[in-house]
Design a protein around this ligand. Structure first.
Ligand code: FPP
Length: 236
């Protein structure tokens, strides 16, 4: 790896195109999700090795519950199997796992394995993987607003305490802002993904479907990031 490469501190990945990947191969949509687990594992190892500190993954949106119940059930079972099966590499690479999203109405089995993985990886300091599951940015802003209003009501904070940094640190997870958002499959949308955190992020929209977004494709994304001139509203 080129030592002069700038590695984004916090990368967001919208893992899109699993269904189309499968359909184009004459397979059922869920086979695309299955293949995506392998892609994701390779990427996580790659990111941990290259020194990415934070990665947020859009695994399941609040809106994804509108899908056919057989696909939702398949995905919930896939999360359980994947989190259990991939525990070893997560521990080996010292990856800390966090989740963002509403717990309700996730099935008990999913919640149980989520809680276990969070607890068992809480001390790791390599890559932090923030898995957005039953996540929506609007829902996050509503939930955060309620949390902050309760603090005001109880008198534990006053209105003057509510700053941009205060809001940022009371979102589902207190993470640094996103530097780079990658959405695979050529769709040019944010789809309710981490809107507060992405306000100054750079965006990259490769046309490949997520199951084909391998380490080589990821390196192309990093090379593209290195061409960007980030100004944060200022002049350079
Ligand atoms: C979007 O593709 C993908 C999803 C809704 C599910 C993402 C899930 C995984 C990558 C599985 C592994 C995740 C973890 C955290 C173990 P799509 O179904 O919308 O594809 P389409 O746009 O082609 O229909």
């Amino acid at each position: 790896m080129d030592k002069n490469l700038i590695i984004p501190n916090h990368i967001g990945i919208i893992m899109d195109g699993n269904g189309r990947w499968a359909q184009e191969r004459g397979l059922v949509r869920t086979m695309g999700h299955k293949k995506a687990v392998g892609t994701l594992k390779d990427l996580c190892i790659h990111m941990a090795d290259m020194g990415v500190k934070y990665c947020s993954l859009y695994a399941f949106s609040t809106e994804n519950f509108k899908r056919d119940s057989s696909e939702v059930d398949f995905l919930m079972n896939l999360f359980i199997t994947a989190f259990k099966k991939e525990f070893d590499f997560i521990k080996e690479k010292k990856v800390r796992v966090l989740f963002s999203g509403r717990r309700e109405p996730l099935p008990e089995g999913v919640l149980k394995v989520m809680d276990q993985i969070v607890e068992e990886t809480s001390q790791y300091k390599n890559l932090t993987l923030n898995i957005c599951l039953n996540y929506g940015s609007h829902a996050e802003i509503v939930d955060t607003t309620k949390k902050i209003c309760e603090m005001v009501q109880k008198g534990s904070i006053s209105l003057e305490d509510i700053t941009e940094d205060f809001i940022q640190s009371h979102l589902y997870q207190d993470l640094p802002p996103l530097d780079y958002v990658i959405r695979t499959s050529g769709e040019l949308r944010l789809s309710n993904f981490m809107m507060y955190q992405a306000s100054y992020a750079e965006f990259y929209f490769p046309s490949v479907y997520f199951p084909d977004f391998n380490c080589e494709e990821f390196d192309k994304a990093i090379a593209e990031y290195n061409k960007r001139n980030r100004r944060f509203g200022g002049v350079k």
